[in-house]
Design a protein around this ligand. Structure first.
Ligand code: KG4
Ligand code: ZN
Length: 359
């Protein structure tokens, strides 16, 4: 039995968790900085770093307390190494290094993107990842920083099929909400504002889908683009806004519903096309935007029989440390620890193999 302490600080959430043997989340503690960043309309990296510094110690203490363990019971420290905001990542990574060194524990640097995918398997999915029938597995990771499709084969070989060529889907929702003066973060506000609205009233573009009669270049079959939807929203607001520059409430609701619909439609369409092309047996949807109810319902409705849909539990969609502690265990039991001089990285490196399968 191994207990891994997971630490996450890649963006605006300071999180720690204790996870047993890769799947059983014993405790998970998250301190959100949303209120601090909301006044700026988005995440300010230096501010995030300062807040992580303040929050890390209490958050780790709280995760240990909630798990009724001390550092003496912990077998390894897993920490998000990247991708993310460097100043934010560095605080968590340095903290984890200090903990590991001071307590003679192994350190494990984890990839945040893979951790998001792994989040869909926490709690009750023991054995699913080891089962060959789970593969090929297609993962849609959709968050404020990523919109990517990754294909994972049963031997753990992985490749990114496509990603956004401009904004991430979460970014499109955040920027859309900002443009409409709805606040930050946009995703949850968009979902709330769109409730009861007519998603078919306004036609926002579906970039890189071949919709609107534009032929889709083969290299963009699995790529995404969301900046055009955002620009369309800008023109829509200019056209329909009242003298105060705002949309009237009834128009606002239908606008937001239609905007959300465009984002959801593109995500689902592209994922299902990739799933068909590669004969996926499992579709995983993870990352902050996977919290979205319309997106979840659409996948539930459209994923064909014979394909297993795994929507990450909402609490593991947005940034958390349970996904890091869980993923870290797969390194730990293979004794693949990280040296203490590892550095954080901002961008997603090319991934060819997932750590939870193979040697
Ligand atoms: O995974 P996450 O916490 O951080 C990143 O790694 O980026 O994702 C945050 C993103 C934000 O863009 C936020 O607006 C979006 O997830 N989000 C949502 C919802 N909840 C969070 N988007 C749509 N609907 C939601 N309910
Ligand atoms: Zn994330």
């Amino acid at each position: 039995m191994s207990l891994i302490l997971g630490i996450e600080s890649s963006c605006d959430e300071t999180a720690a968790a204790v996870v047993r043997d890769g799947y059983e989340v014993i405790s998970a503690s998250v301190a959100s900085q949303i209120a601090k960043h909301a006044v700026h309309g988005g995440v300010v990296p230096e501010l995030a770093a300062r807040e992580h510094l303040v929050a890390l110690h209490p958050v780790v203490e709280s995760a240990l307390r909630e798990a009724r363990v001390t550092l003496r019971d912990i077998d390894a420290v897993a920490v998000t190494q990247g991708p993310g905001l460097i100043p934010a990542l560095l605080v968590g990574l340095s903290f984890a290094k200090g903990l590991a060194m001071g307590n003679h524990l192994p350190l494990i640097g984890c990839n945040h993107f893979i951790a998001h995918i792994y989040g869909a398997f926490l709690d009750e999915a023991h054995g699913v990842l080891e089962n060959p029938a789970t593969y090929p597995l297609l993962a849609l990771v959709v968050s404020g920083g990523h919109t990517s499709l990754m294909l994972i084969e049963r031997d753990g070989k992985a490749r990114q099929l496509g990603c956004t060529i401009d904004d991430a889907a979460g970014e499109a929702l955040d920027k859309g909400a900002k443009l409409l003066g709805l606040g930050y973060p946009g995703g949850p506000i968009v979902q709330k504002t769109a409730e009861g609205g007519d998603p078919a009233r306004f036609e926002f573009p579906r970039p890189l889908t071949g919709a609107a009669g534009k032929p889709l270049a083969p290299e963009n079959r699995y790529n995404f683009s969301f900046s055009g939807i955002k620009t369309a929203l800008l023109y829509h607001v200019k056209k329909h806004a009242g003298a105060d520059g705002k949309l009237p409430p009834e128009l606002l609701r239908d606008t937001v519903a239609s905007y959300q619909e465009a984002v959801v439609d593109v995500l689902v369409r592209k994922t299902l096309a990739a799933s068909r092309d590669f004969g996926a047996k499992t579709i995983v949807v993870a990352g902050g935007v996977a919290c979205n109810s319309v997106l979840r319902e659409r996948f539930e409705k459209l994923v064909p029989p014979g394909v297993n849909l795994r929507l990450a539990a909402r609490k593991y969609c947005t940034d958390n440390a349970a996904m890091v502690g869980g993923l870290g265990w797969h390194f730990h039991h293979r004794r693949r620890w990280s040296p203490l001089d590892i550095d954080s990285y901002a961008r997603l490196p090319q991934i060819t193999q997932v750590p939870f399968l193979g040697e």
